[in-house]
Design a protein around this ligand. Structure first.
Ligand code: SAM
Length: 164
């Protein structure tokens, strides 16, 4: 893969089926210090640089209450990725692994996820640390970090099912 869309020895591309419209909408945009895939971190770090997430209208009211969470899960669309590799060679050393055994940006649906520290919420803008995506990356979703979130809705039977 993929430092910038090349294909390496031992990697395998397929002809993907035509994309179907899952009805995704980009709800905002991420502004980061990185303009090159070759320089962005491979994974964000909690003490990494501040990044800005801007939420588009009409989604701004959906931020209500988000400030109470110290950490968020951010889902984004790695829009420059190729989408056709099923085996990839991150080390470019002749060995390859399956795409689903990697966190590579190259995937059939190039969704990236990061857990970020929430630093500030100011209207439609969030300041966070912990991202690894390029400046201008489209935003798909924001959620409280699952380890900080307790469901507010009453429990339902499946919550108590175990095993078998
Ligand atoms: N943290 C996410 C995850 O694990 O799902 C993404 C990890 S991915 C290895 C991060 C790399 O994706 C960066 O180092 C950069 O090379 C690449 N990348 C970042 N933003 C991108 C974008 N908008 N389109 C394509 N590739 C991108």
């Amino acid at each position: 893969m993929v430092r910038e869309n090349e294909i390496r020895p031992s990697e395998m591309a397929v002809e993907p089926p035509p994309a179907t419209d899952a009805g995704l909408v980009f709800i905002g945009r991420i502004y980061s210090p990185w303009t090159s895939r070759l320089k962005a971190p491979r994974q964000g770090r909690q003490d990494g640089p501040l990044c800005r997430i801007e939420i588009f209208d009409p989604w701004v009211p959906a931020l209500d209450g988000i400030g109470r969470f110290e950490r968020l899960e951010v889902l984004y669309w790695l829009h420059l990725s190729r989408r056709d590799l099923v085996r990839q060679s991150p080390a470019n050393d002749g060995s390859a692994r399956g795409t689903f055994a990697l966190r590579s940006p190259v995937r059939p649906n190039p969704i990236g996820t990061s857990v970020v520290s929430l630093v500030e919420v100011d209207g439609p803008v969030l300041l966070v640390r912990g991202l690894d995506c390029l400046d201008g990356t489209p935003l798909l979703d924001l959620k409280p970090d699952r380890t900080l979130f307790t469901p507010i809705a009453p429990p339902q039977p499946g919550d108590f099912e175990t095993g078998d």
